[in-house]
Design a protein around this ligand. Structure first.
Ligand code: G6P
Length: 469
């Protein structure tokens, strides 16, 4: 039965696992997008179109928490060309300021188009007449125009979770015009930062036949008519109240205290939490920390850095290389500064559940978010939401979208290693009053601008665009 709201994202909100005997099992996946959209999909008659996360999965649609999940199947070759290739070895590095060199392969582009079309068909089949379809992220940028072609009756929204790069960088993409035309099929385009929306509008002016006035794009159709699309910033957030409440539970507070004991009751506990990705600035962070220990500006015996680096995209070369470098550096720092009883970097190449994450945030004195480029960085917001005690200092890269809102953090340029070192020391030595003053301001922002707010604003703006079009 078709639906009033259809969410289209590369991943379904579940993790599917295939056992050796080919039995398929799944778990609810705790990712940011899922948490972001759950309140919307649960409150309305909604379907979610996405990939189950493993190759060659043929699964029937199923109902989870009142939402119909519609699996899109990817072949083994398409996982290589569309997911690992075009999405994560072409678009991902390009959109993150070419921190790693993007790879351009024509065959990957062919499969990107084919797979985008498959998602568009699946979405069209789930939507009632006049329904809202909300397409997410860089993996599916052609879906809006494909959907409009199939179903001009739909309200189509698109949200880009990662940065939209500057014109000179985007210009490298051999298929830049096709990608822009794909996006312009949407009625409303959402970006994390004002700068991203501006970059997009600039590239539209230069590389398409559309014209712009402020956030309004006039898109010409083949029949000579024109339609309007709007491109604006809608910074995403987290379920702040839920995170705050989780951190206050006795089991999380006890676990936080236990973690500090297990770490040898350090004077200073620093924390990094990232997918193991080259955009996150983990190498810069380790460089700064290693130098601070060398120079004894931080005590090697009384300081610990807990670095959670969850496994990600492990078949893509740049990620394999990054893992090797990070693990080598961690080994060097621990080799030089560790003692039998104390390890200055606790490196965890694992993922943890939400309670354990909340306990880590709460236990930490200083959170290090040193991304070289990041759409938003929800980890920074989670750290703030967890600190109901108003303790904890946040060192935050100005290249993360979160820096636009979290201006009471210690903002850093992670490329400036000396500046980063000074900020880490300032955060570690900050007195309780200062810390509380800054944290209270951060908490006001994060608790007021939560993810329900984000999705409501986006969906209301989408309805408005169609009403006034
Ligand atoms: C980023 C992207 C998401 C993506 C997530 C995890 O947050 O914006 O679209 O799902 O990373 O990456 P993965 O490749 O495992 O889906």
């Amino acid at each position: 039965m078709p639906h009033q709201l259809v969410v289209v994202a590369n991943r379904l909100p579940i993790d599917v696992a295939v056992a050796e005997d080919q039995t398929v099992t799944w778990n609810r996946s705790p990712g940011g997008l899922v948490t972001a959209l759950r309140p919307v999909t649960e409150a309305s008659d909604a379907a979610w179109v996405g990939w189950g996360g493993a190759a060659d999965l043929e699964m029937e649609p199923m109902e989870v928490d009142g939402t119909r999940l519609v699996p899109v199947s990817l072949s083994t070759e398409e996982v290589v060309s569309y997911y690992e290739g075009f999405s994560n070895d072409t678009l991902w590095p390009l959109y993150h300021d070419v921190i790693a060199p993007p790879t351009f392969h024509r065959s990957w582009w062919d499969d990107y188009q084919t797979v985008n079309e498959r998602f568009a068909h699946a979405a069209a089949a789930e939507a009632l007449p006049g329904a809202t379809v909300w397409v997410h992220d860089y993996q599916l940028q052609l879906v809006p125009a494909m959907l409009r072609q199939m179903r001009p009756d739909l309200k189509i929204g698109f949200f880009l979770h990662i940065p939209f790069p500057a014109l000179e960088i985007f210009a490298q993409l051999p298929w830049r015009t096709q990608v822009l035309d794909g996006l312009l099929g949407a009625d409303l385009l959402g970006f994390q930062r004002v700068g991203g929306a501006q970059n997009f509008l600039q590239t539209v002016r230069k590389y398409t036949a559309a014209t712009t006035r402020g956030p309004v794009v006039e898109v010409p159709a083949t029949d000579g008519s024109r339609r309007r699309a709007i491109a604006r910033a809608f910074p995403i957030s987290i379920d702040s109240a839920a995170f705050n409440a989780r951190a206050r539970t006795p089991q999380v507070r006890e676990r936080a205290a236990q973690l500090r004991t297990e770490l040898g009751t350090p004077n200073v506990m620093l924390l990094g939490v990232d997918r193991l990705d080259y955009t996150k600035g983990i190498r810069h962070r380790l460089q700064a920390y290693g130098e601070l220990l060398d120079e004894e500006r931080l005590s090697p015996e009384r300081t610990v850095l807990v670095q959670v680096a969850s496994p990600s995209r492990e078949n893509v070369d740049a990620y394999v290389q990054l893992r090797a470098e990070v693990e080598l550096t961690v080994g060097r720092i621990n080799g030089s500064h560790g003692t039998v009883g104390h390890t200055p970097v606790q490196y965890l190449h694992q993922s943890f559940d939400a309670d354990e994450m909340a306990a880590l945030y709460l236990a930490a004195d200083v959170m290090l978010v040193t991304a070289l480029r990041d759409g938003m960085n929800l980890v920074a917001k989670e750290f703030v939401a967890a600190h109901f005690d108003d303790g904890g200092a946040l060192v935050l890269s100005e290249f993360a979208g979160a820096a636009d809102e979290l201006t009471s953090a210690l903002l850093v340029n992670p490329h400036d290693i000396d500046g980063l070192k000074n900020a880490i020391v300032t955060a570690a030595e900050m007195d309780g009053r200062q810390r509380r003053r800054r944290m209270r301001k951060l908490r006001q922002r994060v608790l007021a601008n939560d993810v329900q707010n984000w999705s409501t604003k986006f969906l209301n703006a989408l309805t408005e665009v169609r009403r006034t079009a």
